[in-house]
Design a binder for this molecule. Structure first.
Ligand SMILES: Nc1ncnc2c1ncn2[C@@H]1O[C@H](COP(=O)(O)OP(=O)(O)OP(=O)(O)O)[C@@H](O)[C@H]1O
Length: 310
């Protein structure tokens, strides 16, 4: 993460310069150079944000194609030794399963997700993907196999197409549009002032929260990872956007393993399995309907969510 703050400051400064020169389009060459420099730095800052601080394996093991089975075996984890976060987690997720992680703030949902994306290594125990310890997988292979979509979505300055193509830099315009179509984002993108060439501006300032989410989903769809991790946005969407996002979610969860840090009832309802976490331990584990019938913690949470919708 070294240098991240400095890069952020530099990006902000360039952005300021760019705004200043924006009205003077006759200086267009300089302005264009400034624009690309800002976009590149922002991208770098975004990537560094998510860049894991873990060592590359000395001899990398190739991941088998397809699959997506995840396994936590006696995983203990802490950020600081005086504050254990996961005491000893055992968890098997078969390939293709959609798992919703629920639980109070600080329960460890994001930590589990970050261990799967190998932002951190376990202090004890192992996390495996299709039987391979994540510590033995080359960084580039892991980035392709496991994609995390966060609340921030990390849209950078540049066109909508560039933002989607970030999922697979070699994708053609047609493949970018196909991904947007599959996700249900094509219609709104097409209606933007410059369609796919519309600049989303810094952090997607011009797009609504729902639209940003759809662009991030289209990017992940194009990347086509074996494992998708989704940290669902907490901010509520209006009803039409919510419908679009839920539809996109069903598409993107299909045919891959998914871990969803869920904040919406409608999302948990489409999961195959719910894990309820408390202080780093799984206290309930099962299909949503079974847990509701069981009358435990998820049943309480489900009731609260349902009541808040009425
Ligand atoms: N980078 C970090 N350094 C130190 N402690 C951290 C770090 N990230 C998280 N924690 C702590 O780890 C615990 C678990 O956090 P985590 O983010 O996994 O919980 P969560 O269930 O995802 O919560 P939320 O719903 O608020 O996102 C919390 O006590 C949190 O303060």
């Amino acid at each position: 993460m070294h240098g991240h703050t400095e890069i952020g400051v530099l990006a902000a400064f360039l952005l300021y310069l760019r705004r200043f020169f924006e009205p003077m389009q006759e200086l267009s060459q300089f302005y264009n150079a400034l624009q690309s420099a800002t976009a590149a730095l922002e991208k770098l800052a975004g990537v560094l944000d998510e860049k894991p601080a873990v060592p590359e394996p000395s001899t990398a093991v190739a991941l088998p194609a397809g699959g997506g089975a995840l396994s936590f075996s006696s995983v203990a984890f802490h950020y600081r030794s005086d504050q254990p976060i996961l005491p000893a987690l055992d968890l098997d997720i078969p390939a293709g399963q959609t798992v919703a992680l629920v639980g109070a703030t600080g329960a460890g949902k994001s930590t589990i997700a970050k261990l799967v994306a190998r932002f951190y290594d376990p202090v004890e125990g192992t996390v495996t993907l299709d039987g391979t310890d994540l510590r033995d997988v080359a960084d580039a292979d892991l980035r392709r196999a496991v994609v995390m979509v966060t609340q921030e979505n990390h849209l950078f300055s540049g066109s909508v197409a560039d933002n989607i193509r970030f999922g697979r830099p070699t994708a053609t315009d047609e493949e970018v549009a196909d991904a947007a179509r599959a996700i249900g984002a094509h219609a709104f993108i097409d209606a933007l002032p410059h369609g796919y060439d519309t600049d989303v501006h810094r952090r997607g300032g011009r797009l609504s929260a729902g639209q940003r989410q759809l662009v991030a989903f289209a990017r992940a769809f194009l990347a086509d990872p074996t494992v998708l991790i989704l940290d669902e946005a907490t901010s509520s969407l209006d009803v039409p956007s919510e419908r679009l996002v839920q539809h996109a979610l069903r598409t993107i969860l299909r045919q891959r393993t998914a871990l969803v840090i869920a904040h919406r009832l409608s999302t948990v309802e489409i999961a195959d399995r719910v894990l309820v976490l408390e202080a780093g331990r799984i206290v309930e584990d099962g299909p949503p309907t079974t847990l509701i019938a069981g009358g435990g913690r998820y049943a309480d949470l489900h009731r609260q969510w349902r009541d808040s919708l009425v």
